[in-house]
Ligand binder design. Structure first.
Ligand code: C6P
Length: 422
């Protein structure tokens, strides 16, 4: 199993070691490959992140030596698999500083977690005349579940507009909070633009009116320390695959007292204490919300991923990524015909851009010729594209294993695009 450099193992607040990105890259086997005889430059981290060897080894170890169903049997293998699964829950709790382990529900990812809250908490809460408040920055996963609730209940959506920098001004948010607002759902970090929302302030403003808040943390978790106690949010949703773990798994943090009162979202095995045709008694939280055999390997692998980034230190990751973003800002400033979309001063490491008279998909194809992986399209955030009057952008999203050289390679490829189409 690849080990993290001893200098990296030191906690973020104690270390004086420089961020050794070359050493860190060695932990990610996929980064060693070439694409069209060029080194892979993977800049699509907002879509999904690559996996360190320790996560890959954890999955191999699980399927090779530990696989059994959980919570169901007394034999040794099942007891072991159950222990590993529950250990991962404790890791998630500690990672986001939730108060209790019962507040962590494993889900299929962010989308699944948001749908759980929409159907189990918000649907019974709202009716005609009530409003659910979102922002114009949201990913479709934090829009469509609320539209479904509105169709089901007669409630309506209110949307806080973004400004030209791609930010949600706090005063605009506060203006739209009203007596009709029954729930708020906001993204921590925009996947399309990288904007970091002032989530703690937004939560505080909503709480002043007694309104509960869900934070879509899909893009927050990979880039910065997340402390749900500091944010004071009521729900926080994230995906394992965006934090260097497996796909198809994630978690929902929800306040204990809310989870206790919420009805189950799905019925099936493991979410019950007893079943008869007359009466079913549901299991305790969080199991009440984990019907059926879960993604056991995925959960355990996600725990290994959180161990990996914790060993580096989330604050060190945030600092290094900020350096990358500053470098990208400098490099992009010298590129003609490029319009960066999303220019907030508080951004995670995302560069979304368009090149004059060139369709983003053509840009993506030329990038691919250089071994550079970027996402082109609407990024599942069509309202953001509509706001800026573009059908699509090119999005380069950086992780802590990316380098300034890779950003320079991106800039050279952009230069080539401009000369080819110019
Ligand atoms: N964004 C992107 O390329 P899932 O698919 O459930 O793991 O995550 C959904 C999701 C929810 N919220 C935000 C802010 C997101 O960025 C995403 C996933 C990917 O930007 C795939 S569309």
């Amino acid at each position: 199993m690849a080990e993290v450099d001893a200098s990296v193992m030191v906690g973020s607040s104690h270390t004086v070691e420089p961020f050794d990105v070359q050493r860190i890259r060695e932990d990610f086997p996929i980064l060693r490959q070439t694409v069209r005889d060029k080194p892979l430059v993977y800049l699509d981290n907002a879509a999904t992140t690559q996996k360190p060897q320790s996560v890959i080894d954890t999955l191999l170890q699980y399927y090779g030596a530990q696989n059994a169903n959980i919570h169901r049997a007394v034999y040794k293998l099942s007891v072991k698999a159950t222990a590993l699964y529950e250990e991962a829950r404790r890791k998630v709790r500690a990672f986001i500083n939730a108060g209790r382990v019962e507040e962590i529900v494993f889900t299929g990812g962010t989308t699944d977690a948001i749908n759980l809250v929409a159907q189990s908490y918000v649907r019974p809460l709202v009716g005609p005349g009530d409003e659910i408040l979102l922002t114009e920055l949201e990913h479709h996963s934090n829009i469509v579940p609320w539209q479904l609730v509105c169709e089901q209940t007669g409630a309506s959506l209110k949307v806080v507009p973004i400004n030209d920098a791609g930010e949600v001004p706090l005063d605009s948010f506060c203006e739209l909070l009203s007596d009709r607002t029954k729930f708020v759902a906001i993204g921590h970090v925009s996947n399309a633009l990288g904007t970091v929302n002032p989530v703690a302030e937004m939560v505080a403003a909503a709480h002043e009116r007694g309104v509960r808040v869900l934070v879509d943390g899909a893009q927050g978790m990979p880039h910065m320390p997340v402390d749900v106690a500091d944010l004071d949010c009521d729900f926080y949703a994230f995906s394992g695959h965006k934090v260097f773990g497996p796909t198809g798994v994630g978690a929902l943090y929800a306040r204990y007292e809310l989870l206790e009162k919420m009805p189950p979202y799905r019925g099936g095995g493991d979410m019950i204490k007893s079943v008869s045709f007359d009466r079913t008694i549901y299991n305790d939280i969080p199991y009440k919300f984990e019907a059926g055999t879960p993604n056991i390997a995925g959960v355990i692998g996600m725990g290994a991923a959180l161990d990996y980034v914790s060993a580096i230190g989330m604050q060190r990751i945030a600092n290094y990524e900020h350096e990358l973003l500053e470098h990208a800002n400098e490099v992009f400033a010298s590129l003609s015909s490029v319009r960066v979309i999303g220019t907030s001063s508080n951004k995670a490491s995302v560069m979304s851009f368009v090149i004059e008279n060139v369709h983003p998909h053509d840009v993506g194809t030329i990038m691919d010729q250089h071994g550079i992986a970027v996402r082109t399209g609407h990024h599942c955030a069509q309202p953001v594209m509509q706001r800026f009057g573009v059908p699509a952008t090119v999005r380069a999203s950086f992780a802590f294993y990316n380098t300034k050289d890779e950003i320079d390679a991106l800039a050279s490829a952009i230069d080539e695009v401009i000369s080819v189409f110019g």
